[in-house]
Design a protein around this ligand. Sequence first.
Ligand code: ADP
Ligand code: MG
Length: 699
Amino acid sequence: MYQFLTTEIAYLKGVGPQRAKSLQDELNIYTYRDLLEYYPFRYIDKSSFTPVRSCFYAEAAVQMKGRINDVRVLGEGRKKRLVAKFYDDTGSIDLVWFKGIKWVEPLIKSDEEFTLFGKVTRFGKKYNIAHPDVEKYHITQTKSGNLQPVYNSGEKLGAKGLHSKGLEKIIRSLTNLCVGKIDSTLTPEIEHQYQLMDRETALRQIHFPDHQDLLKKARIRLKFEELFFLQMALIKQKMVSRSKSTGYVFETVGTHFNTFYKNHLPFELTGAQKRVVKEVRKDLSSGFHMNRLLQGDVGSGKTLVSLLVMLIALDNGFQATILAPTEILATQHFHSMNEFMEPMGVKVDLLTGSAKTAKRKQIDADLRDGTIQILIGTHAILEDKVVFQNLGIAIIDEQHKFGVAQRGKLWKKNHNPPHILVMTATPIPRTLAMTFYGDLDISVIDELPPGRKPIKTIHYFDSKRLVLFQFIEDEIKKGRQVYIVYPLIEESEAFEYKDLMDGYESISRRFPRPDYQISIVHGQMKPADKEYEMNLFAEGKTQILVATTVIEVGVNVPNASVMVIESAEKFGLSTLHQLRGRVGRGAEQSYCILMTGYKLSENGKKRMETMVRTNDGFDIAEVDLQMRGPGDIMGTQQSGILDLKIADLAKDNQILNMARIAATELLDEDENIQHKKNYPVRKELIRQMKRKPNWSRIS
Ligand code: ADP
Ligand code: MG
């Protein structure tokens, strides 16, 4: 029966070699199965059309039925656009297209009924719909129930008669052929337990739903299945890497840890910090190789946890290392950790890209003979020539700046791979964490140190600049310090520099020497100069730090209480949250001020509102996920995992949880998937693994 689904698409009635080629080139559809799994992206619900009169009040996209007239092309060159009126018995609304005019114009110049799908936007008193989907309304097609599938197509496919309607036709003939030929990929047990629709029905209903309820059930089934196999692969991989990699056993918690804990700890650990240290200790003594992700909001005290964990390695005769994404941050870790370690006689050193040859030589020697016990640095540590005598644990701070391949490099730094703790202050929604870091164990610090006052966040339009300056002056008078951050525009470094310099000048005019001292830090400065300026600020010698986002990550100056973010609309939510996390680190009330122009996009507005509304990084991460989708958040380098056909990691939380549980239970009971009853799962898993040979994300 599998052979049936692997039949080449050219053999399907109504396809043939020419269309098959287009389907392959445009949609990656090679086989019957591929076509069956090419799901509609929406449905025209013939039973519910919004009257045109009511569309002006609709928040979401609407579907209407009516006719089109007044089709005209206006403007020239880049301002060229196609406009028309859409009307029914109740009213009319303007339509506009800026692209694809050549394509749309002949279609809509016809006196037939159309169905239209689109979102109404408002400009002052005027309303219109830009780039709506319009299709001729065919009464004959209502025989398939009220929901008509709509498929993504394109001009090239359209030219071969494979626009949405054409696709619908060949998919319909395929589903008719399929009757009785679709195997389940899940066990009857799982289908029963989670009350899933059977696969064959689901595949038919997803294309040609009889009604909304069945469509919903079909969707759940197919999403479950997709997420189930994703989780199977991840859990399986975790099991394999665990069984293969013996970890160094850190049995003793000895003098270093205890001395520090009893005599040098600057404050009582929070409950969450204690819990995480315990979780890590358990891993380290287990005999398995630790691969753990530590999530904790900005300012939750991850640094201290990492230091404690490194001391356990030292107590067991191993070296430890911590990697930071920027030189500034590495340097700062070095100073703060060294301050604690020096009195205890622990040798800590710093390695960054700008280390001089002599310094490097010394570090090399000291690392090889074990003199250096803790090495702090940037990705320079990853270079092959950096060789440890006996590295027991590697900590990666602010993981999102490091790729997976870099994690892999650390594995090779000792005979057995050192234990790995990855720390991130960009909270990742649970659905994403389970998927992207399915191969890691996860710890969470969900508690801030006591006595922190929530940061007050204010959104100002640029016209409030005088108010802002007065506020800064008042805070400085109270002895506080202020960050002012400008966006870093990657495509044009010169531009970034200009914004920053203009800002710097106007701030210097408003806050002149000698009453005020200002530091400046940006990406084009030499590391040494950056460090010098940063230090002036950290030591309280300057009151204002003007910077680009180089300070985004990790920098800690507890006396700074104001974070001003210029052109805040140009930053993403996670960056805004990171930046805000630079203040609120001391006992004083802190402020984050978001400066923007008047013109804000919908998303821009939403970002500002979210920042003003909440300080909770996990909350913000959820909003971010809803707004941008998982691909953007995790970066394209990992987007292979996002080749999801139907499930949506931003929305299908519940289904993902169920699928994860089902996968875990199955593997708990039948680790190698050998029981007869699990045969369908085994077969599908093997098929999928063959298709994705690069499943392993840890190189
Ligand atoms: P992050 O998790 O963002 O890396 P840090 O480790 O830089 O946070 O800690 C932020 C601040 O909180 C630092 O000034 C640190 O000294 C302080 N801190 C950490 N743990 C505690 C605690 N248990 N009690 C009080 N202050 C703490
Ligand atoms: Mg940190």
